[in-house]
Design a protein around this ligand. Sequence first.
Ligand code: BGC
Length: 826
Amino acid sequence: MELLTPATEHDNSTLERLESLVAELTLEEKVHLLTGRDFWTTRPLEKIGLRRMLFSDGPTGVRGEVWDERRPSLNFPSAAAISSSWDPVIADRLGVASAVEARRKGVDVVLGPTINLHRSPLGGRHFEAFSEDPVLTAELAAAYVSGVQRNGVGATPKHYVANDSETDRFTVNVKVADRPLRELYLLAFEKAIVEAEAWLVMSAYNSINGITVTENELLEAPLNSEWGFNGVVISDWTAVRSVNSAAASQDLVMPGPEGPWGETLVRAVTAGEIPEAAVDRKVLRILQLAARVGALAGFDAVLPEPWSMEELIAFAREASTAGTVMVKNDGLLPISPASVRKVAVIGHNALHARTQGGGSATVVPEEVVNPLDGIRAAFSADKVSYSMGAVVQEGIAELPLEQIGNPVTGEPGIQVRFLDSDGQELLAEDRQSTALVWFGGDAPITASSSIQFHCIYTPAQNGTVRLGFSTLGRGRIFVDNKLIHEATLEPVGTDLGAALLAPPAATVPLEVKEGAPLDLRVEIDTRTTGALLNTLGITIGIEAADEDPETLIHEAVEAARAADIAVVVVGTNSHVESEGYDRASLELPGLQDRLVHAVAAANPRTVVVVNSGSPVLMPWRNEVAAILIGYFGGQEFGHALADIMTGTAEPGGRLPTTWPDRQEDVPVINVTPDSDGSLTYAEGIHIGYRAWLKAGITPAYEFGYGLGYTQWSIDSVEAPAEATANAAHPVIIAMTNTGGRAGKNVVQVYAEKPGSAVERPVRWLVAATPVWAEPGETVTTVLNIPTRLLAYWDHGWRYEPGEYVLRIGTSVSELPLASTLVLVED
Ligand code: BGC
């Protein structure tokens, strides 16, 4: 094992200083630094001027040390939307904005980007990852890492590696051959390490070919020995299982303070079972990280240029438009608000959009612009009607802030009291939300015996609501001091993260009167919650109103009929797509498909907006005039959507992942491990579009596809006739905007190897770049293709000499131009 590899002389002197600090420490002190201090921080050590380092989830936004609406964060679009921009500049600026947010919140390290691949569209964290393609992923992830780190904050590519689905994620054994591992799953990480020089990497929960990642040789090779990584391998939360991982290239155990290293590791080193040099190497890396982020006396971090809140919000809006993919437009869009008399906005997600995915990636934004808000602002509120059309919500939704009052302060909100077994108050919080999560932080969850949630709830409707709570353990609901319900909720499934963040619910029917206040108290018995590591998630709220589905559809159809244009926002909910579990189906939840069929039949001028983080089936796609895939578009989602609909902005996105027509067509779909706990990547090097091409099946919308508001011609391609191994092959492409508006396109280059001696994908992406042009303008772009991307892995990168075809176009199957090259041996 090499110690840190110094890159420059300056690094050399830094290294010497850090090494001398390591030399000052006892074995116990060194081992102490290798396990977290608590949920989110590392251990300080005054003796050497080391302060704690604070880690925070995101990765598209930075939550900070607490999950708390009183300390909100910017909610940028999720990675699937960022990658749809195909624009490294957007990814870089997201990195910069994240660094600004991190510093505002005292955060030293952002736990992202998520670099796992969209292997199956059922993957629950698909929204959080970039693409099914490793080259596109690598490009954007590296840009994000460099944007974060140029500003003195650490980035953490995760989850290394092959953690591409959620079912049994703590234990699943991914069986994957060397070729796909190298050519797909590791390739996606490589650039963020080699070029962007990430300061950390997060090791995943899963095993690879029988060995859990935190003990796996893959942490050393290729990560350290081939890619020159000199940062910290931080574990995914609780992923370190035993002291054996200390002998591997795992550096830091999170969270703390407990963990399998500590005393056990001190004993193992003292007994000569693990060399002290291995511990020194880990400590040195942690100190180097501290020096980089400014957590070590005598070392200053770069500080980001400040961005104002307005600039951050404007970026969230721009990133959302850049990542919105228009997959269909019969000429209806863009539409000028002046030309419209009435707009019918329809859909549950139009009012309650998903602007981000669930699980650890969640941030708590101050304000979200829903599609309905955005469309009202752009078209003028009096022109816009709203109907729900179909229920998408599953379980309970929090009580609206305007309907709850804190009984002590009189302000909008709820009072939360943590009580010990004698009923003594340990802590009280005045909160402005009834969806609360304590995930790290100092609230006395395990120290308390019960928690009381108390508010004055003033319903905004008449009739029966189903009121309840969603958490784990025993809870009681009191209305006007009368116990009306008591229930004990057990976890569903085995994933503790999912149990915490998407727990089951218990509800009870309650007669309410509009405007008539009720004293509502919910008590949770914390000794029954199984509260792991001082964490707790609870929502107090109501189920979606039990309205007749036919009436909802009928109302929406009538509204659509009466309007010039209908906008239906369809989407998923947090029970369908989140961390901790995979999807069971690609269908939209509830009766949304029926709703779209019916609305489209009533009004041919129907635009569908898809609000999901991953592909959904669109059985109505041939019946509607336009389709916009908006993903989880961040807090400015509604404004961005209106910008695109009105033509103020170009729909900048192209699909980073194939969207199927039918679930049975998807070539790689299974995410459920076998009975022996293994998930076999039997498809080898063929995932995503590579698998679709191999199977010869046409999807609904192919990889790389998307429309803008102007037309283009791809005029010419020029490239040298020969290329050599490990070099850059320049390809010069000229494109003209032949339409009447300024616009964006994404030019893509795919390689093919006819008659290859080894198995190859039909074609594979080797380069792409966004292109902007004014009407009539011709733009010439030079793409430098690393010939490494033509090599295949067989115990090393092998270059097959001979002819390759490069195909150039605007999606994996729209490739009008070609250029051949001969790869010659050096
Ligand atoms: C997730 C990580 C996350 C960590 C801390 C884990 O369960 O897999 O992505 O950073 O929790 O919240």
